[in-house]
Design a protein. Structure first.
Length: 478
C-alpha cells in the first residue's frame, strides 16, 4: 500500500513539475553519444524521472551500477518496449520486466523509476503502465557510479562496469529531457532537483527536428525525423522509394475478379496480438468487398464499402466489433487510403490521413487466432462465409487497387511479380482502364484442372504497370 501511495505522490509531483519544461538534449552519434549525470543516491532520493523520444526500437536509455561488483540498474528499449533490469547481488541474479509497446514512434514518453528498499517500480505515461521488480535478495540496491543516459563513455574502464554486456547495446539516438530526482515524505511534501550533468559527448542542444529543414518527401509522403537526417513514410500514398517518387503498380478488378493471399497452405498456426492493414483504392460503386480473412467459426475480419463508406467488422472470438465510418465518402471514383492498426484490444483507423477513428474490442481476448485458416481474400468474397452475420453488401469490389498490405506483406506487388503465394480469379487488369490488352489472362480450362501460365509483357510507365504474371486459379470459384 505504501509503495502505491508513494508512486502516486511521485507521479503527482513530477507531472506538476514537468509543466515547466527543462531544455532538451539530442543524442546524435551512434558510436559516442552519452550523457553522464551525478550519481543517484537511492537511499536518500526515491524517484528518478525523464522523458525521451526516438525512432530506434532497440537502444540503451539508462545504466548505473556499483562499479564492478554485483549491483546494477538498466533501462533500455527492446523491440519497442521499455525493459527494466535490476540486480541486487549474485545469489538470485538479475530480474527484468517490460512495459509499453511501440515506444519508438517519435512521440515523447515519460518514464518514472521509484526505489523502495528491495523494490524497484517503473512506470510510463503518468502511471498508465507500470511494473515492479521485487528482489529476493531483500537488500537495497547499491549504486556508486554516475547515471549514464544513452550509452557509456567510450573510454570507461571495463573493469568498473558490473554488467559488461551493456557496452554492446546500441546507443540511444533521439531526445532526452526533464531528468529529475524526487524525494517525498508521508505528509505529502515533495521536493525535486534536476540531475547534474558531469560529462557528455555527441550531444546537440534542443530537440532536433530535421523535417523542419529537410523535408524531401514527395506525393504526400510523411517526413520521418531521424535527428541527423530524414526518411519518408510512403504508406497509403500510392508511391514508394526514398522520397516516395516511384508509383506503385495498379490492379483493376471487376466483380468477377479477386485475389487470394494463400496463408493456409502450411501447418503453421497463425496468431497475432498486433495487426496492420493498409488499403488504397478507387471505385465509383457504393458497395463492394475489399478484404476478408478469418475462420468460419470465430475469429475473422471483413472490410467493405457499404452505402459509399467504409465498414469494418472484426471478431477476436468474444464478439464482433462493428465500425461504420459514415463521415467519409469513399465511393466517389477518387483515390482513398485506409490505415488500420490493432494493438491487442485497441483499434485505430485513419482514412485519407485525416479522419481518425478509435475503438476497443469487446470481451477479454487480445489475439487474432486464425489457426490454419488464414487466407486473405481481396476484392471478392470467400466461397463460404465465416461471419456470424450475413454479408451486408453481398457485392464484390469493382474498381482499382494500388496498395494492399496485410501485416507487412505487399499483396499487389506479390500478384504482379508472380509470387506463388498469391492467386487470382477472373481477369484482373494491370491498369485502371478497361482494356483487354492489360488483362491478366487466365486459362480457359476448368478450374478443377491443372493451372497454366500466360505472360504478358509491355513497357512499364509511371501511370500503367504491365508485368510478367503467372496465372493461378484457386481450387474454388465464387
Amino acid at each position: 500500500m505504501d509503495t502505491v501511495l508513494n508512486l502516486r505522490l511521485l507521479l503527482y509531483f513530477w507531472v506538476s513539475f514537468v509543466l515547466q519544461r527543462a531544455s532538451s538534449e539530442t543524442l546524435t552519434n551512434s558510436t559516442t553519444s552519452f550523457l553522464q549525470l551525478k550519481r543517484w543516491n537511492v537511499s536518500e532520493t526515491r524517484g528518478l524521472g525523464f522523458r525521451f523520444k526516438t525512432f530506434l526500437p532497440d537502444a540503451l536509455l539508462l545504466y548505473m551500477d556499483d562499479e564492478g561488483k554485483t549491483n546494477f540498474l538498466r533501462v533500455e528499449l527492446f523491440q519497442g518496449k521499455l525493459r527494466l533490469t535490476c540486480s541486487h547481488g549474485l545469489r538470485f541474479g538479475a530480474m527484468a520486466v517490460e512495459i509499453g509497446d511501440n515506444l519508438n514512434d517519435l512521440v515523447w514518453h515519460q518514464v518514472l523509476l521509484e526505489r523502495n528498499n528491495s523494490i524497484t517500480t517503473i512506470s510510463l505515461e503518468s502511471g498508465r503502465s507500470k511494473s515492479t521488480v521485487n528482489s529476493r535478495e531483500e537488500t537495497s540496491l547499491i549504486i556508486k557510479s554516475p547515471m549514464y543516459f544513452g550509452g557509456l563513455p567510450p573510454n570507461l574502464n571495463a573493469n568498473r562496469v558490473t554488467q559488461p554486456s551493456v557496452t554492446i547495446l546500441s546507443r540511444f539516438l533521439g531526445c532526452i529531457t526533464d531528468i529529475e530526482l524526487f524525494e517525498y515524505s508521508n505528509s505529502g511534501q515533495g521536493n525535486r532537483r534536476k540531475g547534474v550533468l558531469e560529462k557528455s559527448d555527441g550531444i546537440s542542444p534542443g530537440c532536433i527536428d530535421k523535417c523542419q529543414r529537410e523535408n524531401t518527401c514527395l506525393n504526400n509522403g510523411t517526413c520521418l525525423n531521424r535527428f541527423t537526417t530524414t526518411g519518408c513514410d510512403c504508406t497509403a500514398t500510392g508511391y514508394r522509394g526514398q522520397a516516395c517518387e516511384q508509383a506503385l503498380p495498379v490492379l483493376g478488378l471487376s466483380q468477377s475478379d479477386y485475389v487470394v493471399f494463400n496463408r493456409s497452405g502450411s501447418n503453421t498456426s497463425i496468431s497475432t496480438q498486433q495487426d496492420r492493414i493498409i488499403l488504397r483504392f478507387k471505385t465509383a460503386n457504393q458497395h463492394g468487398y475489399l478484404l476478408e480473412c478469418g475462420r468460419r467459426s470465430r475469429d475473422y475480419v471483413v472490410i467493405e464499402l457499404s452505402r459509399g463508406s467504409l465498414l469494418l467488422r472484426w471478431n477476436l472470438g468474444s464478439g464482433e466489433m462493428y465500425v461504420h465510418v459514415r463521415e467519409k465518402a469513399c465511393g466517389d471514383d477518387k483515390w482513398h487510403s485506409v490505415d488500420i492498426r490493432r494493438n491487442q484490444r485497441q483499434l485505430d483507423i485513419v482514412i485519407d490521413g485525416g479522419l481518425h477513428v478509435s475503438r476497443s474490442f469487446p470481451g477479454d481476448f487480445v489475439s487474432f487466432d486464425l489457426g490454419s485458416e488464414g487466407d486473405v481474400f481481396i476484392g471478392g468474397m470467400a466461397p463460404t462465409g465465416f461471419s456470424s452475420k450475413p454479408r451486408l453488401s453481398g457485392i464484390a469490389f469493382d474498381g482499382c487497387l494500388q496498395e494492399v498490405a496485410f501485416n507487412g506483406v505487399d499483396i499487389i506487388q506479390g500478384v504482379v511479380s508472380g509470387d506463388e503465394n498469391f492467386t487470382t480469379k477472373g481477369h484482373p487488369r494491370t491498369s485502371c482502364d478497361v482494356d483487354p490488352t492489360t488483362a491478366i489472362k487466365t486459362s480457359s480450362t476448368p478450374a478443377t484442372e491443372q493451372t497454366t501460365t500466360t505472360t504478358t509483357t509491355a513497357a512499364t510507365t509511371q501511370q500503367q504497370v504491365v508485368v510478367n504474371l503467372p496465372l493461378h486459379i484457386p481450387p474454388h470459384g465464387l
